[in-house]
Design a protein around this ligand. Structure first.
Ligand code: NAD
Ligand code: UFG
Length: 339
């Protein structure tokens, strides 16, 4: 299939491109580069053994530019990663988040339907479960109250895509709820380099390891978890990427609308991650215990059985691979991609 990958220059998009090429698909990338660097696409081409990734520097809110891409390529499906994703920033700039994530998706979906491309895989998040009603979280678990505008954009866009599919059953919509993506391609050539101070645990740990930050702050050690620190379902980004290819291969038989958790089913605490990083990479990670972070929940991990049963997908990488590959990327690219 020929796939439109929005946000394909970003962290998860770039890893997914490699899996798409591996599976024999082709891709066209649109990205406005607001949170990425086109060097990622050059490296994807190198890793995939192709000359170059077809790329358009296009903002998905720009209808005319998107129309042009659709008129130049016959596209079978879209994997839609493009969006803003910083939780804290979304609290400061809610309008920008709703306008970019929701406004952009509405334009994208309209252009898709006008060109008869009605297959979409959407990057959703475990954040839509809010403080989950049950652990491990199955897809039947009710959606909850999000604690920030970013989370609401995911929750609302799930509803938007669901309603569009109900109104026009010729759409195939797959909502993938990611748990906590970490790691990088084992080559160390592509990975994640957040702007400014990292919000997420793993990039913070790798920046402490490489000497950019003096120590990690562990946000709370009084949660009702085995060691008191927050528990999450960390998933290697290459596993996440292959989940998209599995979803794509099943898109025709997914009965119009399908929702899958993409996680490992295994919860690890903050200190489990710190200690695994130190053990595997032989690098100390100094830390101090700090107060809880507003909006955090104690425990969040998936039941990924539905994706295995229906897509034949399950995570293959373990915690040692995740911390090894995160570090391999960071130490080989201490400042991210060159500008
Ligand atoms: P990322 O920021 O690395 O990638 C997103 C890409 O979208 C970037 O390259 C950015 O330049 C591009 N983009 C943003 N707005 C755009 C627009 N209007 N037009 C065109 N391009 C635009 O983020 P990521 O970690 O790769 O995440 C990909 C998707 O997965 C996002 O939708 C994110 O919300 C979702 N997600 C991420 C996580 C995570 O922890 N990384 C967890 C759950 C869901
Ligand atoms: N943590 C620290 N110190 C840090 C950063 C994080 O102790 O410097 C802790 C958090 O308190 C939490 C755990 O590490 O217990 C994981 O935190 P992250 O910020 O890495 O991830 P979250 O689970 O908070 O959120 C992530 C994404 C969201 C997404 C959510 C569910 O950032 O976008 O997973 O998929 F919605």
């Amino acid at each position: 299939m020929n796939i439109l990958v929005t946000g394909g220059a970003g962290y998860i998009g770039s890893h997914t491109l490699i899996e798409l090429y591996k599976a024999g698909h082709t891709a066209v990338v649109v990205d406005n580069l607001s949170n990425s660097n086109p060097e990622s696409l050059r490296r994807v081409a190198e890793l995939a053994g192709i000359e170059q990734v077809p790329f358009y520097k296009v903002d998905i809110r720009d209808r005319e530019a998107l129309e042009k891409v659709f008129s130049q390529h016959k596209l079978d499906a879209c994997i839609h990663f493009a969006g803003l994703k910083a939780v804290g920033e979304s609290v400061e700039k809610p309008w920008e988040y709703y306008e970019n994530n929701i406004g952009g998706t509405l334009v994208l979906v309209d252009v898709m339907r006008q060109h008869g491309c009605k297959n979409i895989i959407f990057s959703s998040s475990a954040t839509v479960y809010g403080d989950p009603a049950q652990i491990p979280i199955t897809e039947q678990c009710p959606k909850g109250t999000c604690t920030n505008p970013y989370g609401w954009t995911k929750s609302m866009l799930e509803q938007v895509l669901t309603d569009i599919q109900h109104a026009d059953p010729s759409w195939n919509v797959v909502l993938l709820r990611y748990f906590n993506p970490v790691g990088a391609h084992p080559s160390g050539r592509i990975g994640e380099y957040p702007n400014g101070i990292p919000n997420n645990l793993m990039p913070y740990i790798t920046q402490v390891a490489v000497g950019k930050r003096p120590q990690l702050g562990v946000f709370g050690n009084d949660y009702p978890t085995p060691d008191g620190t927050g528990v999450r379902d960390y998933i290697h980004v290459c596993d996440l990427a292959s989940g998209h290819v599995s979803a794509l291969q099943a898109i025709d038989r997914c009965c119009g609308l399908a929702i899958y958790n993409l996680g490992t089913g295994q919860g690890y605490s903050v200190l489990d991650m710190v200690h695994a990083f130190e053990r595997v990479n032989h690098v100390p990670i100094p830390y101090t215990i700090q107060p809880r972070r507003a909006g955090d929940i104690a425990t969040c991990y998936s039941n990924p059985a539905k994706a295995e049963a229906e897509l034949g997908w399950k995570a293959r990488y373990g915690i040692d691979d995740m911390v090894r590959d995160s570090w391999n990327w960071q130490r080989n690219n201490p400042d991210g991609y060159p500008c």
